[in-house]
Design a protein around this ligand. Sequence first.
Ligand code: SF4
Length: 177
Amino acid sequence: MRYHNITKADMLNGEGLRVVLWCSGCSHRCMACQNAITWDKNDGLVFDEDAKNEIFRELEKDWCSGLTLSGGDPLFIESREEIAKLVKEVREKFPGKSIWCYTGYTWEELLKQAKTDKNLQIILDNIDVLLDGEFVLKLALEKLHYVGSSNQCIIDVKKSLEEKKKILYIDNSLIVK
Ligand code: SF4
């Protein structure tokens, strides 16, 4: 897997101050994507031990609320094995920190895929919040929390898996109304 950047004390991509990994690779190609530079899986830097340790050093800081995976699409098929290893390790080493993950796939698509994709299931079992779905320009709204368009949901992954139905972590529809 390759990545474009690791940003620190980020306030825009999840609750609190977070470390954000901007992964390379996305197959969704949404119109008006603000990160089209990250679509190419071969672009950016190799995600190696140094990059991982840079993230871990941030997570060790008291004020850091957790890790956000963004991109690109962190759930790009070819990145899933490495993302699965990363989230498992973060969960074990930093149990008090939350893991948020953006993706262009919908929750429903991911549940179907996870039946035959062990790495995706590991990812879902270890993240806290999933921000799902492609960016849809005609549904774009600036006032939404943490997502760009109103079709995208902010999902409480643990509760949703436990209760076998999609449960929102933050309900942006209250803002749209
Ligand atoms: S899923 Fe995200 S990164 Fe990929 S094209 Fe859509 S908005 Fe851009």
